[in-house]
Design a binder for this molecule. Structure first.
Ligand SMILES: [Cu+2]
Length: 188
């Protein structure tokens, strides 16, 4: 009885071994394994991207053709730094006035006194600028109004690629009454 059982098992094992070595079955098994592997590996990515610092892309907006109004245009030149303060010396951007070239970017950094944000007046920027800026400003809380920044060292970067040359007046929504305003001059 015992011997018979053993030999039966051996035959079964041999058959399984034989069928699992069929090259076509191997290909199918490997393909399934690869697909499962890819799906499992890629799934967490979109979630971690959403939590990542704001990128140049406007996530909520539908993606128009590159160069079209509303499409985010990447910084091609220098990135300038502007700091944001609200302390005993006042609520302010530093520098309050900055001159850049088209294609440059500005990176605002919250130093103290949050919340701060970056918002442009639709009627105090060059004509035709709004639609481009709209596409270049990540995480807007309103038209031409950037995300509310709450943490020290938090940054907000806007590309000035594709925008018309001219003067751009902007402000901080929470500190407008306290005079937190700035000016950007974009040169051709
Ligand atoms: Cu502010």
């Amino acid at each position: 009885m015992l011997r018979l059982g053993n030999s039966n098992n051996r035959v079964k094992t041999r058959m399984l071994t034989k069928s699992s070595m069929d090259p076509r079955l191997m290909v199918v098994a490997l393909t399934v394994a690869a697909l499962v592997g890819c799906g499992g590996g890629e799934k967490p990515k979109p979630e971690s991207t959403a939590a990542a610092p704001p990128s140049a892309a406007a996530p909520a907006a539908p993606a128009p053709a590159a160069g079209a109004p509303g499409a985010a245009q990447a910084i091609t030149g220098k990135t300038w730094d502007v700091k944001m303060y609200a302390d005993e010396k006042g609520s302010r951007f530093d520098p309050v006035s900055i001159t850049i070239k088209r294609g440059d970017g500005i990176r605002w950094t919250l130093v103290n006194g949050p919340p701060h944000n970056v918002a442009f007046w639709n009627d105090s920027i060059p004509s035709g600028a709004a639609s481009v800026l709209q596409g270049n400003m990540p995480d807007q809380v309103g038209p031409l109004s950037g995300t509310m920044m709450t943490n020290p060292n938090q940054t907000y970067t806007v590309s000035f690629a594709g925008v018309p040359a001219g003067t751009y007046h902007y402000y901080c929504v929470p500190h407008l009454a306290l005079g937190m305003k700035g000016v950007i001059t974009v040169q051709q």
